[in-house]
Design a protein around this ligand. Structure first.
Ligand SMILES: Cc1cc2nc3c(=O)[nH]c(=O)nc-3n(C[C@H](O)[C@H](O)[C@H](O)COP(=O)(O)OP(=O)(O)OC[C@H]3O[C@@H](n4cnc5c(N)ncnc54)[C@H](O)[C@@H]3O)c2cc1C
Length: 481
């Protein structure tokens, strides 16, 4: 056996699961000294060409691509540590929720909606580690609809057309499902030599999956070999999702983009580095970003950039850091005693998310009830991707979903929708439109896809960044490159 095995950090779950396996490994494996953190040293006032803040889905890719240019000195700052081994194991991503690898955000109860949840508050996990949320997410790989990208392009964001976006998707992808690759349409849908491996997971529950797909077929929601390859034309589609996974382990952007280039001489990665502010010179007109203020190891230091500071800190933290740096709605900043450098009303606005309304279906198949619910959740997830935005549409969706119990397979297991005791909704007739409206307002949750708080657009009145993703009203020295 080779001695170059790695030591991993852990949140505690995997060791319990694999205790017996570890006993075996301890007996057979070489003893490797504790890995030193390669990402921990930096002097105050150091200067880089590019400083990237946040190493998540976006930041990791940018760090990798920029540091391909050997003459550019690139710094990546990440508030969290390296991901633990639980991140590697697909089904253990959720065990990282509420751990030090999660920002542990929750929504605040408004005393009215979402009262079906404990304390009326929803948990909003966000990855805090190299790879960011891609190190703990559900790994489902959906490329979105051509139409949505084309809308961006049509709204004066040229170069964001479906063709251009598709080019970059394919540049990223390495599609490895050998069976599906024999299907020419699926083959052409994906790239085959990019860094990000996309594949299919083995399913232990093939029978229930097939039964479920067949049931959707009965409702007119056709099963397709690959949802990304099928063109969505207004009717529903079902299918088994592709995932970002390689050889059964998670393919986070950390694994796909950071690990392969960790030894590049022009690239420095600092973990446990919490950026508190972008440094902006407001004596220039327009004001110019020139560095960051960051807390590392209990000390606050300043780091400078020759060209650009790239903020890729996710949907919640990006507007927060912009505001702390003086970019945002003026009145709000002043109310928090922050001087306003650029009055940009849209910072933090336009938040959008994928709603999730769990509808349990009970049946008589011993031993697999949980699985039935789980598979069902996924089916509903895909449905929501079609853009149900208001409560009436959600009610239509729920009613369509409840028809599943009348399809042949669900009839064989005597399936039914149980009535959940939600005091706020008990006044309405069970399964009436008013009941489902109340139900969805009280019990809906998130499937963790918040986006939009730094909207791209032409007009600074309703957007934060332009089509080059540069913050309106701020310049950098990048034009000197
Ligand atoms: C539980 C869960 C399940 C999901 N499932 C799926 C799925 O199946 N399919 C899918 O396509 N999407 C899924 N998503 C969504 C997807 O993971 C995110 O949309 C995506 O990862 C966001 O990328 P990002 O780069 O914008 O932010 P993130 O990946 O969240 O990265 C932001 C990074 O910035 C760092 N950071 C933040 N603030 C600071 C600071 N002040 N200083 C330094 N660093 C900072 C964070 O620690 C983090 O590493 C899921 C998300 C979650 C949480």
């Amino acid at each position: 056996m080779s001695c170059d095995a790695e030591y991993f950090s852990t949140s505690g779950t995997a060791p319990q699961l694999f205790a017996s396996a570890l006993n075996f490994l301890a007996a057979t494996q070489c003893i490797v000294p504790n890995k030193t953190d390669p990402y921990d040293e930096i002097p105050d006032i150091d200067t880089f060409d590019f400083i990237i803040v946040g190493s998540g889905s976006a930041g990791s890719v940018v760090a990798n691509r920029l540091s391909e240019i050997e003459t550019w000195k690139v710094l990546l700052l990440e508030a969290g540590p390296e991901p633990p081994i639980e991140s590697d194991i697909p089904s253990l991503g959720t065990t990282l929720f509420q751990s030090k690898y999660d920002w542990q955000y929750t929504t605040k109860s408004n005393g009215d909606k979402q009262q079906g949840w404990r304390n009326g508050a929803l948990s909003w996990p966000r990855g805090k580690m190299l790879g960011g949320s891609s190190s703990m997410n559900s790994m489902v790989y959906m490329k979105g609809r051509d139409h949505d990208y084309q809308c961006w392009d049509n709204e004066q964001n040229s170069n964001w057309s479906k063709e251009k976006v598709d080019y970059y998707f394919k540049k990223a992808e390495n599609f490895q499902d050998m069976k599906l690759n024999k299907n020419p349409v699926v083959y052409q849908t994906y790239g085959h030599s990019g860094p990000l491996v996309v594949n299919s997971l083995n399913s232990t529950y093939k029978e229930i999956t097939e039964n479920l797909k067949e049931s959707w077929n009965h409702l007119g929601i056709k099963s397709v070999p690959d949802i990304n390859a099928a063109k969505y034309r207004g009717y529903g589609l079902s299918g088994i999702a592709r995932v970002t996974a390689q050889n059964g382990h998670r393919e986070s952007t950390y694994r796909a983009y950071l690990k392969p280039m960790i030894n590049r001489k022009n690239m420095k990665i600092i973990t446990n580095a919490f950026v508190t502010k972008i440094l902006i010179d407001d004596n220039t007109s327009p004001p110019q970003a020139y560095g960051v203020e960051v807390e590392i190891g209990g000390q606050t230091i300043k780091l400078y950039s020759n060209y650009e500071v790239i903020l890729s800190t996710g949907t919640i933290n990006t507007p927060q850091i912009l505001m702390l740096s003086g970019i945002g709605p003026k009145e709000h900043l002043l109310s928090k005693n922050i001087s306003c450098i650029v009055d940009l009303a849209s910072v933090g606005k336009n938040l959008q998310d994928h709603l999730y309304v769990p509808i349990p279906i009970y049946g008589d198949k011993p031993g697999i009830e949980d699985t039935t619910e789980e598979m069902f959740s996924y089916a509903k997830y895909l449905y929501n991707k079609t853009g149900a935005r208001d409560v009436n549409k959600i009610v239509d969706g729920i009613k369509m979903v409840t028809k599943l119990v009348n399809t042949p397979y669900f009839k064989t297991i005597n399936a039914f929708i149980p009535k959940i005791d939600i005091p706020e909704c008990n006044q309405y007739e069970f399964q009436s439109d008013l009941y489902w409206k109340c139900y969805s307002l009280q019990i809906s949750g998130t499937i963790f896809h918040p986006v939009g708080t730094a909207r791209m657009g032409f007009d600074p009145e309703d957007s934060v960044v332009d089509k080059f993703l540069k913050v309106h009203g701020i310049i950098t020295s990048a034009s000197e490159i």
